[in-house]
Design a protein around this ligand. Structure first.
Ligand SMILES: *[C@@H]1O[C@H](CO)[C@@H](O)[C@H](O)[C@H]1NC(C)=O
Ligand SMILES: *[C@@H]1O[C@H](CO)[C@@H](O)[C@H](O)[C@H]1NC(C)=O
Length: 388
């Protein structure tokens, strides 16, 4: 039923756009399609679809993060869970034998505000012959590598983060490197990478094998060093305010203003014939109905990891008098529905059935550099419908 309704609605729209008896040619409908897809990309903040050559396994951290902030449909579980609206992950480009890392941040827009940056390193199990080492803890420090030609220091580096780590532990260690990333964003050429130094509690440089981190060169993809950026691109929704309490009281007053004879509106033949006719009179009241957006059908399944699609919902139905509280009318809509019902002024239609609460969705996708990005988009799902 719904599918049929959608198809006939789109046919209506297409036929209405062209002169009568002229159906769109293949070329014209292709143009409409590409213009529509381009506009849809703009909604997702992109000029072109990212070129993803080979599907890689997204980092587990990003998958876990996505599942924490979004439900299966991609809808945000809790809008206050993420500080900004974008999380970007980068793999190390250096693959150095030393504990040095470099990340290419060219895909981050200049306008993006860096809220937090984290270096994620996978600490490996200590090598067997070191199991009986007298060291139980080591001091692990992360430095930003500075340009030696610009300072007089013999060791041009800046301490970003430092802490004690048990020698026998294994798993992910996270270091905050926000300062360094902010300076790289301000001046791309200053990005010379990060350097990790491990010292014993006595302060001397520890044996390289005492605490080892997985590198992109020798270890499994799932353990690769990673930089995670929490940013905000500044896109905000015009939040819809809920003032339903006012609606209710005003609705009550408006109803009391109506003519006392209940037959004067509904059963009046002349009023009805002036209205939308029998069909409209029988149409269901304003309500929320499903509308599934399938990324595979749009041709985006190559670069979107999750979700495969989402239910945007749509609002459909009549907003004729009397507007119940369940139709969440604005005061304006209530008055308009009364004017329409009373036929006080010609040409005043019933209010429109539109989304009055919107939710954000999350997209986990590969960008042009094949980095995995999680982004939140506001106002994508109709949470409820109302007469406005
Ligand atoms: C960073 O990546 C971009 C796009 O892939 C590339 O054009 C640029 O040369 C890279 N920069 C460095 C320093 O590797
Ligand atoms: C480096 O040292 C030279 C002289 O040794 C001095 O003139 C210069 O200002 C110093 N530069 C910085 C950045 O400290």
């Amino acid at each position: 039923m719904l599918g049929f309704a959608l198809i006939s609605a789109s046919l209506l729209w297409v036929t209405a756009s062209w002169p009568a008896h002229h159906f769109p040619s293949e070329r014209e409908s292709d143009e409409v399609r590409s213009a529509a897809i381009k506009r849809l990309l703009e909604v997702f903040g992109m000029d072109d679809p990212p070129a993803v050559h080979a599907y890689k396994q997204p980092p587990q951290y990003m998958l876990d993060l996505y599942n924490t902030v979004a439900d299966v449909d991609g809808v945000t579980k809790d809008p206050y869970l993420l500080e900004g609206n974008t999380v970007r992950s980068f793999f190390d480009k250096l693959h150095s034998e030393q504990v040095e890392f470099k990340f290419n941040l060219s895909s981050v827009a200049r306008s993006e505000k860096v809220l937090t940056a984290e270096l994620h390193l996978f600490k490996l199990r200590p090598q067997l012959y070191l199991t009986f080492s007298r060291h139980h803890f080591c001091q692990v420090s992360v430095y930003q590598i500075l340009d030696g030609s610009k300072t007089n220091s013999t060791q041009p580096k800046k301490l970003l983060s430092s802490r004690l780590i048990p020698v026998h532990s294994t798993g992910w260690e996270v270091f905050t490197v926000t300062q360094a990333v902010r300076s790289w964003m301000a001046d791309e050429s200053s990005n010379l990478g990060l350097h990790v130094v491990v010292r014993t509690l006595g302060g001397s440089q520890a044996d390289q094998k005492l605490i080892r981190f997985a590198s992109g060169r020798h270890h499994h993809l799932s353990k690769q060093p990673m930089l995670v950026l929490f940013t905000d691109d500044g896109r905000r929704s015009a939040a819809l305010e809920s003032t339903s309490k006012i609606y209710i009281s005003f609705n009550a007053i408006a109803t009391s203003l109506l003519p006392q004879t209940p037959t004067s509106i509904k059963s009046s033949r002349t009023a009805r014939s002036l209205d939308y006719g029998e069909e409209e009179g029988r149409s269901k009241p304003c309500q929320r109905l499903p509308l599934y957006v399938d990324f595979e059908e749009i041709g985006w399944s190559g670069w979107i990891v999750s979700p495969r699609g989402y239910n945007a919902y749509h609002c459909k139905g009549s907003c004729s008098f009397p507007l119940g509280q369940n139709m969440r009318p604005t005061n304006h809509a209530t008055v308009q529905s009364i004017i329409n019902a009373l036929k006080l002024i010609r040409g005043i239609e019933t209010p429109c059935c539109v989304p009055d609460k919107l939710y954000s969705i999350n997209l986990l996708y590969f960008d042009d550099d094949e980095n995995v990005v999680l982004k939140q988009y506001n106002d994508m799902v109709a949470g409820s419908c109302g007469c406005h």
